[in-house]
Design a binder for this molecule. Sequence first.
Ligand code: FNR
Length: 342
Amino acid sequence: MTTREQRKDEHIRLALSHPVTQSSFDGIQLVHRSIPAIKRSDISLETQIDSLTLNFPLYINAMTGGSKWAGEINRKLAIISRETDIAMAVGSMHAALKNEELIPTYRIIREINPHGKVFANIGADVPLSSAARAVDMLTADALQIHLNAPQEVVMPEGGRDFSDWLTNIEGIIRSVDVPVIVKEVGFGMSAETLEQLRGIGVQIVDVSGRGGTNFIYIENERRPQKDQSYLSEWGQTTSVSLLESQPFQQEMTILASGGIQSPLDAIKSIVLGAKAAGLSRAVLTEVETNGLEAAIQLIETFKAHMIDISLILGARNINELHQVPYVLSPELESWQRQRNLK
Ligand code: FNR
């Protein structure tokens, strides 16, 4: 097994044994109304991600590929995505771009779900030609580019040169003909980052904030010295990142992921302006701990409950969810005020 394959398996193993923290969405309260004045059949949560239409504002976010175990997990995630009719991303495709033998561990998702919405995934440092190859490999509907600087720094074998990322992302956007989603991996995004991304023409961003999978924890566990746990609170939570994104939401499509633990968290993320919510570790843990049927049930329950919550909020669609009034905790309100986000 190569170092890269070993790393993929360690990421999965550590994500499965990862501690769960309190949801960052606990700091947001949706305002109840006693007369919602709509019926359940009025509700459609279809959502528009740039030119891409998703039937439901939920997706399985990027995780894996590139080893035997990862390929098996991708096979199961693809079945979940097909059976529940939600979009799915694969994990970083660098392994397949470097070694053709590993392509099937990613391509399996297209074989299992030929008509589903599928996102390819690469890092911000890959050559332009590789970006197009990654999309072609899966006949992907969109391309995710992940930003993971803190993870690289804590990863013993990680990169230390981020100077080309912005120009490279700009080139990738020009060189592929599918929508490009720039995403974090659990450290969240700030208005400053969004300003940089908007400046180079990025239209879709997944803020993927702190509060769920923590790559400082995961990479620290892989370090022989385990000496960087003091960084484990690095980054912005998903709810803070969504507040940071609010000034950009007219021009950019914002997606939410990072510690979405419940259907209520997903709805809160949409109320804060996201167009859809992504789940990674929650699905991985369910499928690896309780099996495929349980994971399909988890997503079906998420979908049903997200509609139930929309019903009691009186919101018939994503636009009406964006209008739902909410109250922030003193901590979130203070962040919003200090950062002049309103
Ligand atoms: C990830 N994530 C990730 N993201 C990415 O863009 N490329 C990748 O290769 C990976 N790899 C990966 C492996 C594993 C095992 C996990 C759990 C996650 C990050 C993921 O897409 C997401 O941004 C974060 O995990 C936050 O969401 P959750 O896990 O808190 O729902």
